[in-house]
Design a protein. Structure first.
Lengths: 316, 360
């Protein structure tokens, strides 16, 4: 899971060399530990590489780890960050409730923690929680999904993420806050595909067989939406409305091609920049000058505005 | 025991023998009976379950675990285990993804191999993992569980390293590069059946022939039955074992290629925990984890049970959590019945033999 670490290090090392050449400092530079859920998911990769590049340019030593959405593994990573005398921890956590203890422990050891993308269930421990507003994102994409199904509505299926993940729960709640209001929309199937494209492909194939009148598939992330897209194509069906969540480059390409209806872009790049900048300000001035909870809204990406978005950020 | 049965009157013994034979048959054919029961159950509960279209898709899903399980059967028959198959499937996707989207750089120019060459290279790379597994186990004496656990991580790590964790999208290729056509590998049909199903059937036929009709097959069984005896018989144990791991890796490569082709994309985490599905299919099919006992046909039925169960439950809208509980229960019950069969067989065999001699 730590494959890209070497690449990150080489970026980091480049900055190390240039910075030490300029300042000739004796004191080793402060360590910023960045922990993200995974490095084989495009969203978290974009988040991590943005944070690494910015932290490096601000003069930090950087370490990147992935906890694979495993709270126990996250716990160990936080322990090792404490043991390495990290100056600060930037964390995209492994669960709103299961991460509180780890953040608490680091804070007690006076290592300020900055949460990005996902929140934890309590306030007052982390110095900042810069949260991608998954609830709002789910609502806007669900609204677009309902619009795609048209005034007549019809049957739809839902592909959920790993159901023990906080974000899978938040997203499905957001979807249903919108979709359950529409009386002519009927959810005929709901299956977890564990965020995985290949699992979503198989499950969508089976669901399409069980429900011949299916008119739409709403997916909890882009990988599952792309899997569902492949299943619809393989079944030779057309006109099925599919939406994703995340705003990955592959999904945006599929939206441009007209195969996906919409996705929600979480501004990973902006969130990672904010987290690193606020951590830097806190270490230098002792305050972030911001409230702890900062909700960053997500953007709806459809065929009309797909050209305006790059890798998890608005480019135009 | 013979004394008690000998004391029974003649007709009681034969009636007893008939029911014992029926019981033994049911225990032996348990996987098939479970499969039939599941098919009937889902046909009643889910109206569209028994349509040609759905059965074709079901067969495609079964093919994924069946192909893995057929290779795994040879390994398990020798008394080994191959935990690396899921990772090797993931590796196969990444290798073909790299070859089709990044190409091979020779000097200053980038060459894009044709789809056929890319598939061959991918299969060879994966079979090298099989060679590594087999050599570690047969030559270096590493326990199969540990050796293949090691290659599980090595293959997964390599898959991630190939792209730096990224997904390779657009495996459809480009006409300008002369590498189009890969999607046909997993998506095309032959005589109304998906190509992956044909792969499963052909592999099944070859594997059954090898297991039943060739010296190699008998050697596989002999090694699993009693390795020391096999050595004394002059069987080249190391060579046979290495063959089984190469066969398993070959099957894993096919599965990885099929999935990448169906999705037209390769993700490095593809195939996680596939090895457990394959092992479950083998065990459900009646192959003993101790080696020496089992059949390829049983494995195919086992894979069908797992496939029918998971697709049927999805059609019924069962939640993921219940699916896991049900799948686990079925696997454990199957193995428990396997043990029961062994005991019943030991108990009734003398009676059956006696009934036969009396009939004569």
């Amino acid at each position: 899971m730590h494959v890209t670490r070497r690449a990150f290090f080489s970026v980091g090392m480049g900055t190390v060399l240039s910075v030490s050449a300029c300042h000739r400092e004796k004191v080793s530079r402060p360590l910023m530990v960045i922990v993200v859920p995974s490095l084989d998911n495009p969203f978290f990769r974009a988040e991590a590489s943005t944070a690494v590049a910015l932290a490096g340019s601000l003069g930090y030593r950087v370490r990147v780890d992935a906890h694979d959405d495993d709270a126990y593994r996250q716990d160990n990573l936080i322990d090792s960050a404490i043991a390495s005398n990290a100056a600060t921890i930037i964390l995209d956590n492994a669960g709103a409730d299961s991460s509180i203890a780890a953040v608490q422990r680091a804070t007690r050891k006076s290592i300020p923690c900055f949460l990005m993308d996902r929140e934890i269930a309590v306030e007052g421990i982390a110095k900042a929680q810069i949260i991608a507003d998954n609830d709002q994102g789910a609502r806007i994409v669900a609204t677009e999904f309902a619009r795609g199904l048209g005034p007549d509505g019809g049957e739809y299926a839902e592909l959920l993420g790993r159901e023990s993940d906080t974000n899978a729960q938040v997203r499905t709640r957001g979807f249903h806050a919108v979709l359950d209001e529409q009386k002519n929309l009927v959810r005929v199937a709901a299956q977890s595909a564990n965020w995985s494209q290949s699992e979503a492909f198989q499950k969508a194939e089976t669901i399409l067989q069980a429900h011949r009148n299916l008119r739409g598939i709403i997916a909890g992330n882009d990988a599952m939406a792309l899997g569902a897209m492949a299943a619809v194509k393989s079944a030779g069906q057309t006109g099925i409305v599919i939406t994703g969540f995340d705003g990955s480059p592959e999904a945006i390409a599929a939206i441009r091609a007209g195969d996906l209806r919409a996705t929600t872009l979480q501004p990973a790049v902006a969130i990672a920049r904010l987290a690193v900048n606020e951590a830097d300000r806190f270490l230098k001035t002792g305050s972030t000058d911001k409230t702890e909870r900062q909700l960053i809204p997500c953007d709806l990406v459809t065929r009309t505005n797909a050209g305006e978005y790059g890798e998890f950020e608005k480019v135009r | 025991m013979t004394t008690t049965t000998a004391a029974l009157p003649h007709n009681t013994t034969s009636r007893f023998a008939v029911s014992a034979r029926a019981l033994l048959f049911m225990l032996r054919a348990r996987a098939l009976l479970v499969l039939l029961a599941l098919l009937v159950l889902f046909s009643i509960l889910a109206p569209s379950f028994l349509t040609a279209n759905n059965l074709s898709i079901l067969a495609k899903h079964v093919a994924i675990s069946a192909i893995l399980a057929i290779g795994m059967t040879f390994v398990i028959l020798t008394g080994g285990i191959d935990l690396s198959v899921g990772s090797v499937a993931g590796l196969a996707g990444m290798v073909i993804g790299y070859l089709l989207t990044e190409g091979v750089k020779i000097g200053e120019t980038i060459h894009y191999p044709s789809v056929f060459i890319a598939i061959v290279i991918t299969i060879i790379v994966c079979m090298l993992v099989g060679v590594l597994n087999g050599s570690l186990i047969a030559k270096a004496g590493v326990a199969p569980f540990i050796a293949t656990l090691g290659t599980l991580y090595v293959a997964r790590g390599t898959a991630l390293l190939i792209s730096g964790g990224k997904t390779f999208p657009n495996l459809a290729g480009m006409p300008s590069r002369g590498n189009t056509g890969f999607p046909a590998f997993g998506q095309s049909f032959l005589l109304g059946l998906p190509l992956p199903v044909w792969m499963m059937l052909v592999l099944f036929a070859i594997a059954t022939l090898v297991a039943v009709r060739t010296p190699l097959g008998r050697q596989v069984y002999a090694i699993g039955g009693n390795q020391r005896a096999a050595v004394l018989l002059g069987i080249k144990v190391a060579r046979v074992k290495i063959f089984t791991y190469i066969a398993s890796a070959f099957c894993a490569a096919l599965v990885g290629l099929v999935i990448a082709s169906q999705l037209e994309a390769a993700h490095p985490a593809t195939g996680e925990s596939f090895e457990l599905n394959a092992i479950a299919a083998v065990v459900l099919g009646g192959t003993s984890l101790m080696g020496g006992r089992g059949s390829i046909a049983g494995t195919l039925i086992g894979a069908c049970v797992i496939g029918v169960l998971s697709d049927g439950l999805v059609m019924l809208g069962t939640s993921e959590f219940w699916q896991m509980v049900i799948k686990g229960t079925v696997i454990v019950l199957a193995v428990a019945i396997d043990q029961l069969q062994a005991r019943v067989q030991a108990r009734f065999l003398p009676i059956l033999l006696q009934a036969r001699t009396e009939a004569e």
